[in-house]
Design a protein around this ligand. Structure first.
Ligand code: URA
Length: 212
């Protein structure tokens, strides 16, 4: 899997504030949104475009437009919702599909509880958003689901990633022959015994939306 850790002072600044346990929920949401927009800029470097010509007030100019079918953005519920606006701000014509997955806290395995996606994803570029790549179980299950529907090009955006999660994705998709990219703001040290990223930022869903 191709992994890009975005190295930029603004990304580091916003991520540091997200990590801070004293950052309140409204500020956390705003910072996550801003951070995603910065990650999205990097994650969309390979977005497909078609050549077009437009007429400026002076002369014809060659340019590009996003190719159709437009990309699909898939937030993994619930925490991925906190990354949706940051993505669609840069990709306003993208369609949005939803995958509801929850980590079973005893087995640490991903379980799907809701799906709302196009049946056929052939030829679509898909951007999956989920703040924390921890064990990798949820993201691997989500990407497998997208591949089963025909997706052939998947980019995952995560605020933070753990080495264990990256290793898991590499193992699951080794030899799949399908391009998978990961774009993240930081690669942290490890997971703790509860499956939390260390140093991490805590439970992203709780910090975005409260403990509900
Ligand atoms: N999910 C979270 O929200 N935080 C972690 O550290 C790991 C998984």
């Amino acid at each position: 899997m191709e992994t890009l850790v975005v190295d930029h002072p603004l990304v580091a600044h916003k991520l540091t504030a997200l990590r801070d346990a004293n950052t309140d929920s409204p500020t956390f949401r705003r910072l996550a949104d801003e951070l995603v927009t910065l990650l999205a800029y990097e994650a969309t470097r390979q977005v497909r475009v078609t050549k077009v010509t437009v007429q400026t007030p002076v002369a014809p100019a060659q340019g590009v437009r996003l190719a159709q079918p437009y990309p699909l953005v898939v937030p993994i519920l619930r925490a991925g919702l906190g990354m949706l606006d940051g993505m669609t701000r840069l990709l306003p014509t993208a369609e949005v599909g939803f995958l509801g997955m929850v980590r079973n806290e005893s087995t640490l395995k991903a379980e799907t509880y809701a799906t709302r996606l196009p049946d056929d994803l052939s030829g679509r570029q898909v951007y999956v958003v989920d703040p924390m790549l921890a064990t990798g179980g949820t993201l691997a299950a989500a990407i497998e689901f997208l591949f089963e529907r025909g997706a052939d090009d998947v980019t995952a955006l995560c605020l933070l990633a753990a080495p264990e999660g990256i290793a898991h994705l590499d193992k699951v998709f080794a030899g799949s022959g399908k391009p998978i990219r990961l774009v993240t703001a930081a690669l942290d040290e490890r997971l703790n015994e509860n499956g939390y990223i260390v140093p991490g930022l805590g439970d992203a869903g709780d910090r975005l939306y409260g403990v509900v």
